[in-house]
Design a protein around this ligand. Structure first.
Ligand SMILES: Cc1ncc(COP(=O)(O)O)c(C=O)c1O
Length: 410
């Protein structure tokens, strides 16, 4: 039982991208942004590949994401990029996660709990130089940071800021100036400066003055370019391709209305193929009458509305199409290619959204050294112990991935 819709994650591409970035930035560290399940690619496998390729640390947005990486054997530093509830502090300490300090009160609590546990908390301080999201306010950041640095059980290992308009060099330069000014003030107050990091993907590609000790990219690790940004010096390879195959195919007469809302009417006798791919899989509804996919190495248009689980394409111009034929949604098929960046631009969306949208029921197939090395199960099943708690006492059949696939194979 295997729905033919899957995302192929090319770990060789991830490794190549890390090497390419390392060549591009010289002797600086890479803090790899693997939040949001590595932008939809699957954080555990991707972080292991990146770690082997030389990524120095990892950045996530939630304590649970950091714990997932630790439990999966990632030993390098993991930093939280944003604030988390104080309730997370025990977990942060237990799993040796670098907290994000954006206000003194949290730092004080972190230090207090660390001291009680007889340990030292690790942290990176986030300074808001113009993003307006979280962070110490830049005007008083040096004063605040000096106070925080005196907390007994807290080690400040890093200091960072986030660029708000990385496509606008002037705004980024202003933010960088503010940040460096703060670092200078801290240094002249006698503080030993921790590793400083600013550069997201755009700055890593085109703003060498912002590299400092460490860069902190996300998107380019996955081989994708931020909108409007190109850099000829660095060769990135997309890591994610999205695949499916034709599940149904029919010939229809001219004038046939297709799909929800009848938003498409055939203008000729047509062959219409159905794909087991819908908006729950991340093929967003804006692709309705607007997307294209590859069939037998040719682009074919999406016709009608994208549904939750299925999408129609017009394959009239491709000879010999049959049920079971491979379909590439993003990626290469023969000489043809549909890039995720192209499709994001077409929808006036960003590549980040399209990779993150790839749904939980789309299997991720991992390729390493050119070979398929692993595959995730479909969907996120409720853990058996949670189910037993909810329905304690009643007769329940616990759905595990194993017995579901066994049943499918039977
Ligand atoms: C604080 C922070 N740093 C780094 C990144 C990585 O950005 P990018 O994927 O554009 O390189 C992000 C992404 O949203 C972020 O929020």
């Amino acid at each position: 039982m295997a729905r033919p819709t899957y995302a192929q994650i090319d770990l060789d591409a991830v490794i190549r991208n890390i090497h390419a970035i390392k060549d591009h930035i010289g002797q600086r560290q890479i803090c790899a942004a693997v939040k949001a399940d590595a932008y939809g690619h699957g954080a555990v496998a991707v972080a292991h590949a990146m770690s082997a390729a030389g990524a120095d640390m990892f950045a996530v947005a939630m304590t649970e994401e950091a714990v997932q990486l630790r439990e999966a054997g990632i030993q390098k530093p993991i930093i939280l990029l944003t604030v988390v509830p104080e309730d997370d502090i025990e977990t942060i300490l237990e799993f040796d996660i670098c907290a994000c300090i954006a206000e003194e009160a949290f730092a004080a609590k972190l230090s207090e709990i660390a001291q009680r546990r007889g340990t030292t908390a690790r942290a990176h301080v986030n300074i808001d130089t113009g993003m307006g999201r979280v962070g110490l306010e830049h005007a008083s950041a040096d004063y605040e940071m000096l106070k925080i640095s005196r907390l007994r059980a807290l080690e400040i290992e890093g200091v960072f800021t986030h660029l708000a308009c990385s496509e606008d060099n002037d705004v980024s330069s202003e933010q960088l100036d503010i940040f460096q000014e703060i670092l200078l003030r801290l240094e002249s107050s006698g503080m030993k400066l921790p590793a400083a990091h600013v550069s997201n993907s755009t700055a890593t590609l085109q703003m060498p003055e912002a590299y400092l000790q460490c860069v902190r990219p996300g998107l380019i690790l996955y081989g994708l370019h931020p909108p409007g940004v190109r850099c000829s010096d660095i060769d990135l390879v997309p890591a994610l391709s999205l695949h499916t195959s034709i599940s149904f195919c029919k010939r229809v007469t001219a004038g046939t209305k297709l799909g929800y809302g009848h938003t498409f009417t055939t203008s000729r006798e047509s062959i219409i193929a159905t794909l087991p791919l819908g908006y729950h899989d991340g093929y967003v509804r804006q692709f309705s009458n607007n997307g294209e996919v590859l069939v037998k190495g040719r682009r074919v248009p999406v016709v009608g509305r994208v549904c939750m689980d299925q999408t129609l394409v017009d394959v009239t111009d491709v000879p010999g199409v049959q049920v079971g034929d491979d379909v590439v949604v993003y990626g290469r098929q023969g000489e043809a290619c549909i890039s995720l960046e192209e499709m994001a631009q077409r929808l006036d969306r960003i590549p980040y959204e399209l990779t993150c949208a790839v749904g939980a029921r789309v299997r991720r197939r991992y390729v390493l050294n050119g070979k398929l090395v692993g595959e995730t199960p479909v969907g996120s099943l409720i853990p058996p112990d949670v189910l037993c708690n909810i329905f304690s006492g009643s007769q329940i059949h616990v759905p595990t991935h194993e017995n579901i696939s066994k049943r499918g194979a039977a």
